[in-house]
Design a binder for this molecule. Structure first.
Ligand SMILES: [Zn+2]
Length: 393
């Protein structure tokens, strides 16, 4: 690399290197600006007379682990027209800033990959206020790049807890909207109710594009999706439907075996197709001694069978059979299960048309939780949202 190229790589475009010095953990680059004239921003004349010079200390992105500090001698010109003194700006450093744009971009990477902001601050040798302000400003810029993207074809919606309400003591929830097509979080809303969700999401264009929405069995999200996305089909998440009878099984198992046999739980919840033939036979024979548990177990198996269907028609028939069978039950929990299945039948069957699940949304929920844990909780939802949108993109 030639000397001019090397200086261009180390410094900023319009700077000339004079000298450099090594200190324990930093390198000091002494440099000056190369401009010969400046356009006056008061009267528009070109100024050539140098009034005096000023020295500024600017921090730059580290190079080969060592901190880089630019000591720049800036010129101040006197305008021949209005006689005012104007200071020149250096490309790559914004007005009044004490760090370069390059360091600001580097800061985004460091803050995202380091364990916490404290270690990032130590690594970059910057102040607390600078690092927080610049980091969230960069995150905001990243979000603005994708702000006006229209709605995709497939989306998912779910919630997770955020913080405790200081006034009332209840937990506050956050709704996450996931874009299944580009595999990222599209938006975060600090609520679960339909009205606020509509207000928060109203800035995104192209609501008509959305064709499938995956969600858990939540009536509020369903009513919101029905009113907000006119062309959307709602798909109930497979995992949430399968776990419905599991809860009932757990309740009855605890009632019968008071010492909570965990081994039995595993066998009860297991899909019977995954069990060995002789074990299965033996287990079923034993289960006949507990009629209520037996009944719930076979309902659970029927739900598993429903999700093994290959076509929409077969699934529909299977679901009707299941609800018909449940109509004869005497167990209260199974009666309410039947009601839920009837209410959500259309959404459950939509799965067999699209084969979409809410797994990605649940995965992003875990990322959100990790972001919270890493920061020991957030007090500002605004900052939390920016951080999650960057982490899940
Ligand atoms: Zn002037």
């Amino acid at each position: 690399m030639s000397e001019t190229n090397l200086t261009k790589f180390l410094l900023l475009p319009k700077l000339e290197l004079i000298d450099f010095k090594y200190k324990s953990n930093l390198t000091l680059y002494q440099c000056k600006t190369t401009s010969k004239s400046l356009w006056c921003h008061h009267c528009g004349l070109e100024c050539f007379t140098v009034h005096d010079r000023r020295v500024v200390k600017i921090k730059d992105a580290p190079h080969a682990i060592k901190q880089k500090v630019l000591i720049i001698t800036k010129k101040r010109f006197r305008c021949s027209g209005c006689k005012k003194v104007i200071t020149e700006n250096v490309d790559g450093i914004s007005k009044y800033a004490r760090i370069t744009e390059r360091l600001q971009r580097h800061l985004l990477y460091i803050c995202h990959n380091f364990a916490n902001m404290k270690s990032a601050r130590k690594h970059l040798n910057l102040g607390n206020k600078t690092i927080y302000q610049r980091h969230y400003k960069q995150l905001d810029l990243e979000w603005r790049k994708r702000k006006n993207d229209p709605w995709p074809k497939n989306i998912g919606i779910d919630e997770h807890s955020f913080c405790k309400n200081k006034k009332y003591g209840r937990r506050e929830f956050v709704s996450v909207v996931v874009d299944h097509n580009s595999k990222r979080v599209r938006e975060l809303a600090p609520c679960r109710d339909s009205l606020t969700l509509k207000q928060v999401l109203s800035y995104i264009p192209g609501r008509e594009n959305v064709q499938n929405i995956t969600m858990d069995l939540s009536p509020t999200y369903r009513s919101f999706a029905q009113s907000f996305f006119p062309n959307a089909k709602i798909v109930a998440d497979k995992f949430h439907v399968i776990r419905l009878p599991n809860r009932i099984l757990d309740i009855y198992r605890n009632k019968i075996f008071k010492n909570k046999k965990l081994k039995l739980r595993k066998i009860l919840l297991m899909d019977s197709t995954k069990m060995e033939y002789w074990k299965k036979k033996e287990f079923w024979r034993e289960l006949e001694n507990y009629p209520q548990l037996n009944e719930i177990y076979w309902i659970k198996e029927a739900v598993h069978r429903l999700y093994r269907c290959r076509s929409y028609k077969k699934a529909k028939r299977s679901l009707i059979n299941l609800t018909d069978h449940l109509a004869l039950t005497t167990i209260d929990e199974l009666k309410s299960l039947r009601k839920t299945l009837m209410k959500w039948s259309e959404e459950i069957l939509n799965y067999f048309k699209t084969r979409l699940t809410n797994a990605r949304t649940e995965g992003f929920n875990t990322v959100c939780k990790q972001v919270q844990r890493r920061a020991y909780g957030y007090s500002s939802f605004y900052n939390y949202r920016l951080k999650v949108l960057y982490a899940c993109s």
